[in-house]
Design a protein around this ligand. Structure first.
Ligand SMILES: CC(=O)SCCNC(=O)CCNC(=O)[C@H](O)C(C)(C)COP(=O)(O)OP(=O)(O)OC[C@H]1O[C@@H](n2cnc3c(N)ncnc32)[C@H](O)[C@@H]1OP(=O)(O)O
Ligand SMILES: O=C([O-])CC(=O)C(=O)O
Length: 371
């Protein structure tokens, strides 16, 4: 028997079709349901993009009004959930709090096992509505503050920032934040989305799929990189040190977080848009030193390894300058990606096949137990 070809990390393996988004590394482009993500990021609200990912078309004004009304009415967290989350250890990572929160919401949902498209869409919208409140709870708790009540008079991004940071920032800042949410919303068969599809393929429930996806996103090779980028900037300190720091780090065979990508080899299509958003935030929050460091490390990395930044590279410092604590960065990514995950869960269920790849055994040959 000839040795099978091993596709380590499933790199380059096409496992299914999807109509949700297309990543094209040759043209450095990303489309959601056919629309360029960077155009959606500058021209649409996050609520509109969420609707597009779920339903395949941008909403009419009436459809958007209906979705917004449902979302705004579902922002507040059940009191018991708040108490349970506040009972978790103070040092718990916000991603662990989020994972636990989604699990609890599932356990409390009488429709948990109803996997019809209608029931799953309602769950997706409820999670979409509740996640900013959960992320904000973790941010405020880190500062010894109790959660604020959500404001139904505010749009999604504005309410998110208000809940987390206690005030509504400048419109340009809100727009920069919303841009990041749109860019983070969806990216085909990335590790966390694939995780959600694997769980869904067993006919498990949506909350289980999302809980597992949160676990996959937490890792620093995936969403956790936006937090790791900030740790890198703090370690380097200033632009002048970037080159020598990188030389040492690469000699020590360290991975430099926020660089490289499994699919894009010529640069991440989302970075130019997010880099502009970071510029806006840096101008509003006196972030020029951080911006200099951002550029110095990116230049040094390209010179040393030919590697480009991915979306986590500009998103990390942008969230820092907006006023978020570093451990809250990946939870923000969750709040954005819930849209993509749940669109994929629906797509998986509509044409399901159990996801179960094969492996090539390398252990000892069959043997008898002798004692
Ligand atoms: C939103 C997102 O999830 S985007 C991804 C966020 N993750 C990160 O930023 C983590 C840092 N980056 C990485 O670890 C990788 O680039 C990944 C995991 C994203 C992609 O991994 P792969 O597709 O397996 O990488 P790839 O095969 O292109 O790597 C080629 C070479 O570049 C190296 N390389 C890739 N990225 C990096 C990096 N960030 N730092 C140092 N070296 C790197 C690899 O070690 C490999 O070197 P080798 O040939 O000597 O072994
Ligand atoms: O596609 C990937 O592998 C990772 C990524 O950029 C994302 O999930 O946004």
């Amino acid at each position: 028997m000839s040795a099978p070809t091993i596709h380590k990390g499933l790199a380059g393996v096409v496992v299914d079709t999807t109509a949700v988004s297309m990543v094209n590394p040759d043209t450095n482009s990303l489309t959601y349901r056919g629309y360029p993500a960077q155009e959606l990021a500058t021209g649409c609200s996050f609520e509109e993009v969420a609707y597009l990912l779920w339903h395949g078309e941008l909403p009419t004004p009436a459809q958007l009004t209906a979705q917004n009304a449902f979302e705004r009415a579902n922002r507040a967290l059940p009191h018991d959930l708040v108490l349970t989350l506040l009972a978790l250890p103070e040092g718990a990572h916000p991603m662990d709090t989020l994972r636990t929160a989604v699990s609890i919401l599932g356990a409390n949902d009488p429709d948990e096992d109803d996997t019809s498209p209608e029931a799953n869409q309602a769950k997706a919208l409820r999670l979409f509505a509740a996640l900013p409140s959960i992320v904000a709870l973790t941010q405020r708790r880190r500062r010894g503050l109790l959660p604020l009540a959500p404001r139904e008079d505010l749009g999604y991004a504005e309410n998110f920032l208000y809940l987390a940071l206690g005030s509504i920032p400048e419109p340009e800042m809100v727009r920069a934040f919303e841009t990041s949410l749109v860019l983070y919303a969806e990216h085909s068969f990335n590790a966390s989305t694939f995780t959600s599809r694997v769980v869904t393929s067993t006919l498990s429930d949506l909350y289980s799929a999302v809980t597992a996806a949160i676990g996959a996103l937490k890792g620093p090779l995936h969403g956790g990189a936006n937090e790791a980028v900030m740790a890198t900037f703090e370690e380097i300190g200033e632009a002048e040190r970037a080159e020598s720091w990188l030389k040492t780090a690469l000699t020590e065979k360290r991975k430099i977080m926020g660089f490289g990508h499994r699919v894009y080899k010529k640069g991440d299509s989302r970075v130019p848009t997010m880099r502009r958003a970071l510029q806006t935030v840096a101008e509003l929050r006196d972030g020029h030193r951080l911006l200099d460091l951002y550029e110095a490390l990116a230049r040094a990395m390209y010179a040393a390894k030919g590697l480009h930044p991915n979306l986590d590279y500009p998103a990390g410092p942008a969230y820092h300058l907006m006023g978020f604590d570093t451990p809250v960065f990946t939870p923000i990514f969750v709040a954005a990606r819930i849209t993509g995950w749940t669109a994929h869960i629906t797509e998986q269920l509509a044409a399901n096949s159990l996801i179960r790849p094969s492996s090539s055994y390398t252990g000892p040959p069959q043997r008898a137990i002798s004692r």
